[in-house]
Design a protein around this ligand. Structure first.
Ligand code: AMP
Ligand code: ZN
Length: 143
């Protein structure tokens, strides 16, 4: 399940070289070319899924397990002070490469980096309305 026009398919499957820090049958973990901090890495499945919505449950489970393993190893080796795990879906959410990937971002007390959002105001009524919208309009289905 590869997409011939997808750069991350090529990288994940070794057709384009990368700084690989982990590989198994299903995943490759590479260093990001435009890192937010030292050691910023990406988990790439070798199969093509455009985003989280397309990711099969079994792959999704393995991704988080691998993220945990990498975070532990990287924290130990890099001596970082914290860790962000980020995963963008859709252009509006900051996704630029449409092959599912998970960012592993080591954080250092002096890294001067900002990863986050500015909170907006929300009343209890608005929160209740959103809660009802999610519960009422979205089918949460098991695969
Ligand atoms: P996103 O914005 O969540 O889609 O993340 C895409 C990430 O891929 C960015 O952090 C880019 O720096 C990174 N990136 C794009 N092309 C490459 C590449 N050829 N090798 C490594 N990282 C890349
Ligand atoms: Zn792909």
């Amino acid at each position: 399940m590869r997409d011939d026009n997808c750069i991350f398919c090529k990288i994940a499957n070794g057709d384009i070289p990368s700084k690989t820090i982990y590989e198994d049958d299903e995943f490759r973990v590479i260093l990001d070319l435009g890192p937010a901090t030292k050691g910023h890495a990406l988990i790439l499945p070798k199969d093509h899924y455009a985003n989280l919505y397309e990711l099969p449950d079994v792959v999704a489970g393995k991704v988080l397990k691998l993220a945990k393993k990498m975070a532990i190893q990287m924290t130990k080796k890099l001596g970082c002070d914290g860790f962000n795990i980020v995963q963008n879906n859709g252009e509006v959410a900051g996704q630029t490469v449409f092959h599912f990937h998970m960012h592993l971002i080591p954080r250092y007390s002096d890294d001067n980096q900002q990863i986050g959002w500015k909170p907006i105001e929300s009343t209890q009524e608005e929160l209740e309305e959103i809660k009802n919208k999610i519960l009422g309009n979205v089918d949460i289905v098991e695969e």
